[in-house]
Design a protein around this ligand. Structure first.
Ligand code: NAD
Ligand code: TYD
Length: 381
């Protein structure tokens, strides 16, 4: 008899969002065994989990979700009864350069995990009872919204996350759970396809599945190819800040720990077969957000105010660059009572502080050394 009440497999746990989810579950649920599965691609970094690696309810497995045989073995060996699936290729710019790996991991990888879980769970005594396949998706599957109000408006909806210092909407339309899928980038097309497979497994086999679509996340441990950590690091190193196009695209930003809290709540209380959108009603034009980052980093580094503005460099726009994302998360608020905990200005302050205080983490990534962590941490274990 296992001393654990549940065996939860979290894929992509060494990545940005996954590491926050693993940390939350390991600390909050000592009676769950948390199996963190990750291929450790360029964006997987075990340093993100250094603080939980010795916890008695934590295990790490290095594996590729697209390897079906391995997925079957792992689900069986750990007697997995819940899956929180975050492993994915996640960067739009990379998907434009190399779309195949996005189809392989996001589509075939998700399918192999679904099929491995289905075969194992169907054979178990209780079948699908008490099981859950929870798939983490993105608002990008819905496509792009128009910038109908380029100067910004106060949206009728607010949450704690909504910025207090500027208008927090740039249009009157928002993505709802019922919005038709209309992905534009190879990344979002692959995520959309994986979402369809997840729903198909519910509709065809009756497998208990759940999907959530979240807006842009920010916070500690994000790989510095994404806007916020890249710009913080470039300001610190006095390197150019490449702003795509005119910097007018709008993104809806949520602090990563608030996303992790939503995942915890939905994993335990969400209704199977449902979709929930997650977001904080907190839209920012890229250029405005960049100015906030510059101001915050300059202040913390003791630079004269606005000094790093001169690093702003307008570059050729991203191909097919989606104009605006804006999530309507009222269903989650209404049904499960979720609210973000952190106001945006506070979240940015914490985030900049974290990157400046953890320069070694950043420098090990930019030097490529972080990928040696696996050997260092697991040799002789
Ligand atoms: P990330 O790139 O930081 O992490 C992805 C993790 O998946 C990495 O640890 C990587 O090693 C692992 N991985 C990649 N391919 C794998 C494979 N074939 N087998 C096993 N592991 C593999 O990404 P993230 O930003 O943490 O995103 C996590 C999930 O959340 C993704 O599914 C993404 O689509 C979704 N999401 C992200 C955001 C965001 O703003 N970052 C917003 C909404 C949804
Ligand atoms: P990113 O962090 O890549 O997230 P996503 O593309 O998933 O929204 O980019 C956020 C926004 O910032 C997006 O509109 C593209 C823009 N951007 C830049 O202007 N310059 C950059 O160097 C990067 C990485 C992004």
């Amino acid at each position: 008899m296992s001393r654990f009440s549940r065996n939860i497999l979290i894929t992509g746990g060494a990545g940005f969002i996954g590491s926050h989810v693993v940390r939350l579950f390991v600390n909050k649920y000592p009676d769950y065994r948390i199996i963190c599965l990750d291929k450790l691609t360029y964006s997987g970094n075990l340093a993100n989990l250094a603080d939980v690696k010795k916890a008695p309810n934590y295990e790490f497995v290095k594996a590729d979700i697209a390897d079906f045989g391995e997925m079957e073995r792992i689900v069986r060996e750990y007697d997995v009864d819940g899956i929180i699936h975050l492993a994915a290729e996640s960067h739009v710019d990379r998907s434009i350069v190399d779309p195949f790996v996005f189809a392989r991991t996001n589509v075939m990888g998700t399918l192999s995990l679904l099929e491995a879980a289905r075969r194992y769970w169907e054979k178990s005594e209780t079948e699908f009872e008490g099981k859950l396949f929870y798939h983490i998706s993105t608002d990008e599957v819905y496509g792009a919204l128009e910038l109908t109000h380029p100067e910004g408006i106060d949206s009728p909806f607010t949450t704690t996350a909504s910025s207090s210092e500027h208008h927090h909407a740039y249009g009157t339309e928002f993505f709802l759970e019922t919005t038709k899928y209309n992905p534009h980038s190879p990344y979002s097309a692959a995520k959309a396809s994986s979402d369809h497979f997840v729903r198909a497994y519910h509709d065809t086999y009756g497998m208990p599945t759940l999907i959530t679509n979240c807006s842009n996340n920010y916070g500690p441990y994000q790989f510095p190819e994404k806007l916020i950590p890249l710009f913080i690091n470039n300001i610190r190193n006095k390197k150019p800040l490449p702003v795509y196009g005119k910097g007018e695209n709008v993104r809806d930003w949520l602090y990563v720990e608030d996303h992790a809290r939503a995942i915890d709540l939905i994993f335990h209380k969400g209704r199977p077969a449902e979709t929930y959108n997650i977001g904080g009603f907190n839209e920012w034009k890229n250029i405005d957000l960049i100015r906030v980052i510059i101001k915050t980093v300059d202040r913390m580094l003791g630079n004269p105010e606005g000094e790093s503005e001169k690093l702003i460099t307008y570059v050729t726009d991203r191909k097919g660059h989606d104009m605006r994302y804006a999530i309507d998360s009222r269903k989650l608020q209404r049904e499960l009572g979720w609210e973000p905990s952190l106001q945006f200005e506070e979240g940015i302050e914490k985030t900049v502080r974290w990157y400046l205080d953890n320069q070694e983490w950043m420098d090990r990534i930019t030097s490529g050394d972080y990928q040696k962590y696996y050997e260092e941490m697991y040799s002789g274990r």
